[in-house]
Design a protein around this ligand. Structure first.
Ligand code: 6R9
Length: 709
């Protein structure tokens, strides 16, 4: 496969030519890891790093694979013969469901595997023991088997944060069915595109779920999804509908005869049924996780069974410091990679207790997370900077009111500001917990950069050093290494493969190579991993102490509250509105959500600007992608600033939306429009009180280089 796809151009690596910027920021003080944590930590001796030095690569990662139970051990740790489609633990056989369920059921059946917290506080939480999980996973696997699904088939889930989701994932994994969970907050249409892309014939959903106090009708999205998939030529035979309250239908949308089935109607026929886990190859795919990129088509990142599961087990052990007796709560959604790796697969592979919360963190008030922590005795906590900023804003004094004790706390998804970090550390963590700021991606399966919580000093705003066995390098545009301590930023790359790295983009192997490997590859024929640095698409710099500070995306991706939204996807959605001639999405710095989207629209000749058109654009984006992508503002402008070749200059409108200097506009075909747009947008924003604070140097850089070709 690799041979004919290596000869490609780097069509998605259009980062700014000034990626190598000098970045000056105040060096933050170090915080020592808490002594009590170190005393019990899985990684308590700095000598652990010696086991992962480059001369021990790739064999060092067998320490992670050894955390799993294998039917058959591997013959080759790393096979690079189809570079850069790396193969880990080749020849090995295992089953992810067996590793996350059966083996713990054998040793500690009565321990809670999952604790589910419904959003309404009037509903009791549900603890699901490993034995119960085993029963539920087997019964649902029997349902899937009955539908004729088998290893290698794909299945799409569009499920909220309920225990039925991990049950369904583990049931699919049991049979080798490749699951693709789409975030429940995404629209039916977005789910439909992903069903079509993956070629799924079965969709699994739920009738409804709670979000901020409302019981949402979620089933309606299944109907939209099936239609959207059909438009792309993919037929869905069966929609399996879990009911939020078994036996009672919570949605208004009718069931479709012959296609939709309630899962709770099917289960009794499979009561107590056992489905033997399928022996699968380590290199078989476990799941797809879709994410956004530079083009409109989402990327189905394909993760392997053996490499991925080893990597998330190993990193959960050393970086989250998970022990079997811990109560671990990651507040992320399972619809994102964080939930797959660090709610379901990592923690369950280690046999711990993983908490799942249905709702929003501040429902019914900003004390909710800390009440849950107190009630369940959560001692490891995991969330995003957006959630921390929001909880800090709405309830800065809430954590002190509750009696809980965290030993480690993770943050993931976006850079965290030092002030926010300090609130997390002092107020949420009560000064007792280590913070791990973990940098990684959907594509990478697990952490790439983070401190080891029991060993390393923390530095607010930096993720810390490279994770064990990960060898990053910062390269400039000419592939020169940007030395650590130089105060200069560049493109962060990972020199060597690691077991958690995704295997390919489902159905788009050329794009896999061109987006992630072509940029710094000198010989497309090379079978030597040294020739294939992984291009992460993030700007970063390395301080003299070897700690990395991640600056953000260098491609056309807008990171909203830790969720990656592709500008092309946003723009294509806007362009489905008949009146719209052109659309451009840009990021705006936001104190809670990190970045939010603003959309610029120009209309077809003869069409008048109106609130109606604005509304249509908003609805189109919500329908195509989901409410999460809803733009903060939609600006209907007379014309877009363009280059002479007709390309929209996104950096100019981004600067306008963020009240920063638009930079050089002398090369524009229509420079006069810039002033007009500025006047229109900035006066409207002033009137709404939306003038942002002064931007930091790196924020300013991001805005100024946004969308630059
Ligand atoms: C796990 C996840 C990946 C992008 C990534 C980067 C940003 C993630 C970060 C961070 C600064 C951190 N990012 N963690 N930036 N500090 N600790 O978030 O995956 O949704 O694919 O996003 O998020 O820009 O490239 P994903």
């Amino acid at each position: 496969m690799a041979d004919d796809v290596n000869d490609v151009t780097d069509d998605e690596t259009n980062e700014s030519s000034e990626a190598q910027i000098a970045v000056h920021w105040r060096e933050e003080n170090y915080y020592e890891p808490p002594a009590a944590l170190t005393a019990q930590a899985n990684a308590s001796d700095p000598a652990i790093r010696d086991q992962f030095t480059e001369d021990k690569f790739p064999d060092c990662f067998t320490a992670y694979a050894d955390l799993l139970t294998w039917y058959k051990p591997w013959d080759t740790v790393l096979d690079t013969s189809t570079a850069p489609f790396w193969k880990w633990f080749v020849g090995g056989e295992l089953n992810a469901s067996y590793n996350c369920v059966d083996r713990h059921m054998e040793t500690h059946p009565n321990k809670a595997a999952l604790i589910w917290i419904p959003e309404p506080e009037t509903e009791a939480h549900q603890a699901i023991t490993y034995r119960e999980l085993y029963v539920r996973v087997n019964e649902f696997a029997a349902v899937l088997k009955d539908l004729g699904l088998k290893a290698g088939d794909r299945i799409t889930f569009h499920m909220p944060m309920v225990p039925e989701l991990p049950v369904a994932m583990l049931a699919a994994a049991r049979l080798g069915i490749v699951h693709s969970q789409v975030f429940a907050g995404f629209s039916g249409t977005a789910a439909g595109h992903r069903i079509a892309d993956s070629g799924s014939t079965v969709l699994v959903t739920m009738d409804g779920y709670y979000r901020s106090g409302d019981l949402l009708d979620h089933k309606v999205k299944a109907d939209e999804a099936v239609e959207a998939a059909a438009r792309e030529g993919q037929h869905v035979d069966t929609v399996l509908v879990f009911r939020r309250y078994p036996g009672q239908y919570s949605a208004k949308t009718p069931m479709v005869e012959g296609r939709d089935v309630f899962v709770d109607d099917l289960l009794p026929a499979h009561k107590g049924e056992v489905v033997e886990p399928t022996r699968l190859s380590a290199t078989d795919p476990l799941f797809l996780m879709y994410t956004s990129g530079t083009t409109g088509r989402p990327k189905g990142c394909q993760h392997s069974i053996g490499g991925y599961l080893s990597y998330v087990a190993g990193t959960s052990k050393y970086y989250q410091d998970i022990h079997p007796d811990d109560t671990y709560w990651c507040m992320a959604d399972i619809g994102w990679i964080t939930g797959h790796s660090y709610i379901v697969y990592g923690p369950l592979a280690l046999g711990t207790t993983s908490v799942i919360y249905e709702g929003t963190p501040n429902y019914p008030d900003a004390g909710r997370p800390w009440r849950i922590a107190q009630q369940l005795g959560v001692n490891i906590f995991h969330t995003s900077p957006t959630a921390i900023r929001m909880l800090r804003k709405v309830g800065p004094d809430e954590p002190a009111k509750y009696n809980y004790h965290f030993k480690t706390m993770t943050t993931v998804g976006e850079p965290i500001e030092p002030e926010v970090w300090r609130w997390y550390y002092e107020t949420v963590g009560k000064g007792e917990a280590a913070i791990t700021d973990t940098w990684w991606q959907t594509e990478t399966g697990g952490f790439l950069g983070s401190t080891l919580p029991g060993i390393d000093k923390m530095k607010p705003g930096s993720c810390g050093p490279a994770a064990l066995g990960i060898y990053p390098v910062i390269l400039d545009e000419d592939a020169n290494e940007v030395p650590k301590g130089s105060g200069k930023a560049g493109n962060i790359c990972i020199r060597a493969p690691w077991p958690g790295v995704f295997q390919t983009i489902w159905g788009q192997p050329e794009r896999f190579v061109s987006t992630y490997y072509a940029k710094y590859n000198k010989d497309p024929e090379s079978k030597d991993w040294h020739d294939w640095p992984y291009f992460a698409g993030d700007g970063a710099l390395e301080a003299a102490d070897g700690y990395f500070r991640i600056l953000g995306r260098v491609d056309d991706v807008i990171n909203v509250a830790g969720h990656r939204l592709g500008t092309k996807e946003l723009e294509s959605a806007a362009l489905t509105v008949n009146e719209v001639a052109e659309a451009a999405a840009v990021p705006v710095i936001d104190d809670i959500r990190g970045r939010v989207v603003e959309m610029y629209i120009s209309l077809k000749p003869g069409v008048e600007a109106s609130a109606d058109v604005e509304n249509k654009v908003k609805v189109a984006i919500e329908t195509d992608i989901g409410k999460i992508a809803r733009p903060k503002n939609i600006w209907i402008v007379p014309d877009m600033p363009k280059t002479r070749s007709g390309k929209i200059m996104r950096r100019v409108i981004a600067a306008t939306s963020n009240f920063t200097d638009t930079g050089d506009i002398s090369t524009l075909a229509n420079p006069e429009v810039v002033e007009k747009i500025r006047e229109q947008v900035q006066s409207a924003k002033r009137a709404k009180g939306e003038v942002p604070r002064e931007l930091s140097e790196t924020e300013e850089h991001e805005i100024k280089s946004f969308g630059q070709e």
